[in-house]
Design a protein around this ligand. Sequence first.
Ligand SMILES: Cc1cc2nc3c(=O)[nH]c(=O)nc-3n(C[C@H](O)[C@H](O)[C@H](O)COP(=O)(O)OP(=O)(O)OC[C@H]3O[C@@H](n4cnc5c(N)ncnc54)[C@H](O)[C@@H]3O)c2cc1C
Length: 338
Amino acid sequence: MTAVLVLADLTPSGVRKASLELLTIARGLGEPAALVFGSPSEADIATLGEYGAQSVYVVSSPEVDQYLSLPKAEAVVDLAGRLQPAAILVTSGPEGKDIAARAAVRLGSGIVTDAIGVSLDGGRVTATQSVVAGQFHATTAITKGIPVVTVRPNAVSAEPAPASPTVESLEVAFSDAAKGATVTAREPKASSGRPDLTDAAVVVAGGRGVGSAEGMAVIEQLADALGGAVGATRAITDLSWASHDLQVGQTGKTVAPSLYVAAGVSGAIQHRAGMQSSKTIVAVNKDPKAPIFQISDFRGGRRPPRGAPRPGRRTRPAQGLTGQMTTEAPLRQGLPTC
Ligand SMILES: Cc1cc2nc3c(=O)[nH]c(=O)nc-3n(C[C@H](O)[C@H](O)[C@H](O)COP(=O)(O)OP(=O)(O)OC[C@H]3O[C@@H](n4cnc5c(N)ncnc54)[C@H](O)[C@@H]3O)c2cc1C
């Protein structure tokens, strides 16, 4: 069976959950082969095997730490040259997309970023994206080279499929160009103890309706009670009520948790672009006409307006659109008050 190359991320607490999701997707395309950087522990290898990695390639050269993303991209290209995989899967995120884009250029491959699904269609790798603030799904067939796809965290559930992977150390001859920018210092960010925003299964987000920086304490308490991450709108990160790295949206982070609680968030299209793929959305807003209620599953606040649509998800057919855009994404409107 053809290999599918998965770039797996290691964290101090083990293999990143998003990488296990990639392995789950990879199993539908071929035989998962994981590429990891650094020094994976036995437990890391076992976890990769538990989620279906048939082989694990380890690049532990100091270059991957000393320089920016180019050595990692070159390692991906090197391994892709050896394996000729059916696809290369990378987790969406600033570094992942950087590596994926550089690898795709060097391989002469087509690339799709921020996919929410990857499948085989008639032998071709196709990637599905959630576009136009989540109102449409766009499906793209990658026709050139080894398809490179970056996949959003939480797009699928990681499902175990135990395997006993072979482990191979990979020596890569890095180019001079890859060593063009040296990392001179790394300063770990103070940890909030909460899950990473892009990986979290639960996100509680505050908007201007929280009233003040102090109002965000309630959001944080709820996030902690639910074991979730804290998110924010751009309005309040601009006001310094929350830090910029918590911003969700078009110019912030993209999240797709199982539960997204939006408190005092109007639901501007730029915010929705970053959270509309969440599986369940709970919105709390005093304005019954706030746009966030157009996509929420449950609502809190004042009573819904008289004549509001009855509960239940709807799928609205696309009109006047052709090609590969389909309205598979539900438009969630007028749902129950909680
Ligand atoms: C190019 C561009 C990119 C952008 N990118 C982003 C982005 O990435 N992310 C993002 O979030 N925004 C982004 N924005 C900004 C976006 O357009 C909105 O301005 C912003 O999302 C609004 O934030 P908000 O919902 O907190 O504030 P507001 O729009 O002011 O909404 C506050 C809401 O709180 C409600 N409220 C007030 N008091 C209460 C109360 N006591 N109880 C309950 N509800 C209450 C109000 O009814 C209102 O709906 C971008 C804008 C542009 C132009």
